[in-house]
Every structure is written in structure tokens, then in C-alpha cells.
Design a protein around this ligand. Structure first.
Ligand code: B1M
Length: 211
């Protein structure tokens, strides 16, 4: 079995204690960090999601898998980081109100940091007004990044973009959105400036916004 498959199996079965070590071993064997992330961890979470949908596993199993993935990402982070000695800009990021999913949001934050952005992470279950206050209370915010993983929290994403517009920020900041249920059509409908499918392309688009 390949080391990446071992990482994937450990994430899927929520083996937090061994994931970090397996990621180290995969790196030592010469696997590319992005390959470890995509094939060893993100794909593993998709499998977990499918099993949950088919009632083969339940919320506690999803939770332990998420914890295991976080442990793996911690080990991988320095290997994914780019040159961030020069600040590219400042951004605020969070998962919308009612939504507790943070792995994708954390990956976006990590890629943004790697691309040189100063990241203000508001966490999960963030009400629209907290995004507004973060822009108000921090000078020079260039971008607000909003993540949602549930179809039921997509309206909260719309509310967040509206709150930022109502607060009069839209000529000064860009709003980027993403998360599994989000697509370009929805992003256009709610007036976001950009939708990206994954964390790496989010960082590329953000760079293009500030350059
Ligand atoms: Co939840 N969950 N979950 N869950 N969970 C999903 C999302 C689900 C698809 C599972 C399924 O049914 N197949 C489903 C949603 C269905 C839907 O809405 N249509 C679901 C459900 C139903 C629920 C609960 C309602 C379950 C329940 O209680 N009955 C509940 C809701 C809690 C809440 O939020 N209020 C719930 C709870 C949980 C846990 C807490 C147990 C746990 C989250 C732990 C955590 O995040 N700390 C969890 C997990 C782990 C998942 C799955 C299995 C994995 C999510 C994940 O981390 N994926 C997920 C199934 C799935 O996604 N296939 C599922 C890996 C991550 C890297 O991908 O977050 O998509 P993702 O991020 C991607 C892109 O989307 C993108 O970049 C990343 C890749 O590079 N991206 C952005 C994300 N944000 C972006 C922002 C951007 C740009 C790109 O710009 C700003």
C-alpha cells in the first residue's frame, strides 16, 4: 500500500495520533506536499462524506476524521508555505453563521498566508455583522473571504455579502466565496467578486485582485 493510501486510510478512520507520522514518512519518501494534501486528505474527506450520506457512518466518525485531517495539515503546512516575507495584502476570512465546517476555510487561510497575505481568521459560525466589524476595525482590508459547506447556510453567505454592501465597503474590498455547495452562478447571484473551487485557486485569484 502506498504511503498516501496509508494517510488516506488514517484520515478516514480518524486515527489522529498516527496521521502526522504518516505524512512525515510520505514527505521523506519524496511525495509532493500538494499530492499528499489532495489525494491523502481532501479525497479522504470526500469518501467520509459519501459514507455519511449513505448512512454508513455518522457525525462522530465525521468529527474524528476531521480532527485527523487537521493533524495531518499541521505537519504539511510548512511544506506548502511559500515566500511570505513581503505582505501581499490583508484579508478577513470566516465560515458563515450556522456553519461549523472549517477545514476548507483553514486551507484557504493557509494558502493565502503562503501567498503572503496577512489573514484575520474569524473562525466558524460568523454572523454577517462580525465580517462587517472586522473590515471596520482593521485598516486596509483588501479582501473578505466567505466559506459555506451547507446548502442551508448559503443564505447566510448572501446575507454577509449584502451586509458588506450595505455598510458601504464594496468599492474598497473584494468579496470571495467558496465551499462545496457554492458555484459561480450562486456567487454571481449574490454579488460576490469571485468564486473559486479550491484553496489554491483562491490564493491565485486573491493575488490577482491586489496586483
Ligand atoms: Co458535515 N456535512 N455536517 N461535518 N461534513 C458535509 C458538508 C456534507 C456534504 C456531508 C454529506 O452529507 N455528504 C453535508 C452537507 C449536505 C448539504 O448541505 N447539502 C454535511 C452535513 C449534513 C452536516 C451536519 C448537518 C450533520 C448533522 O449534524 N446531521 C452537521 C452541520 C453542523 C454545522 O455546521 N452546523 C455537520 C457536521 C460536521 C462535522 C462537525 C462533524 C465535521 C466538520 C468538522 C470541521 O470542519 N471542523 C463535518 C465534516 C468533516 C463533513 C465532510 C465529511 C467533510 C468536509 C471537509 O472538511 N472536507 C463533508 C462532506 C464533503 O465535503 N464531501 C460534510 C474537506 C475540505 C478540504 O473540503 O470544506 O469543501 P471543503 O473545502 C474545499 C472547497 O470547498 C474549497 O476549498 C477546499 C479545497 O481546497 N473552499 C473554498 C472551501 N471554502 C472556500 C472558500 C473560498 C474558496 C474555496 O473562498 C473564500
Amino acid at each position: 500500500m502506498s504511503k498516501i493510501q496509508e494517510v488516506s486510510n488514517a484520515v478516514q478512520s480518524g486515527k489522529s495520533k498516527i496521521v502526522g507520522g504518516l505524512v512525515q514518512e510520505a514527505l521523506k519518501e519524496g511525495y509532493d506536499p500538494t499530492e499528499i494534501l489532495n489525494l491523502g486528505m481532501i479525497d479522504a474527506m470526500s469518501i467520509v462524506g459519501e459514507k455519511f450520506k449513505n448512512n454508513e457512518i455518522f457525525v462522530p466518525e465525521m468529527l474524528v476524521a476531521a480532527r485527523a485531517m487537521k493533524k495531518g495539515v499541521e505537519v504539511l503546512k510548512p511544506h506548502l508555505a511559500g515566500d511570505n516575507t513581503v505582505s501581499a495584502g490583508k484579508l478577513v476570512i470566516g465560515t458563515v453563521a450556522g456553519d461549523l465546517h472549517d477545514i476548507g476555510k483553514n486551507l484557504v487561510a493557509m494558502m493565502m498566508e503562503s501567498a503572503g497575505f496577512e489573514v484575520i481568521d474569524l473562525g466558524v459560525d460568523v454572523p454577517a455583522e462580525n465580517f462587517v466589524n472586522a473590515v471596520k476595525n482593521n485598516s486596509d482590508v483588501d479582501i473578505v473571504c466567505v466559506s459555506a459547506l451547507l446548502t442551508t447556510t448559503m443564505p447566510a453567505m448572501k446575507d454577509t455579502v449584502k451586509a458588506l454592501t450595505d455598510a458601504g465597503f464594496r468599492d474598497k474590498i473584494k468579496v470571495m466565496v467558496g465551499g462545496a455547495p457554492i458555484n459561480q452562478e450562486f456567487a454571481d447571484e449574490i454579488g460576490a467578486d469571485a468564486y473559486t473551487e479550491d484553496a489554491a485557486s483562491a490564493a491565485q485569484v486573491a493575488k490577482a485582485f491586489v496586483n
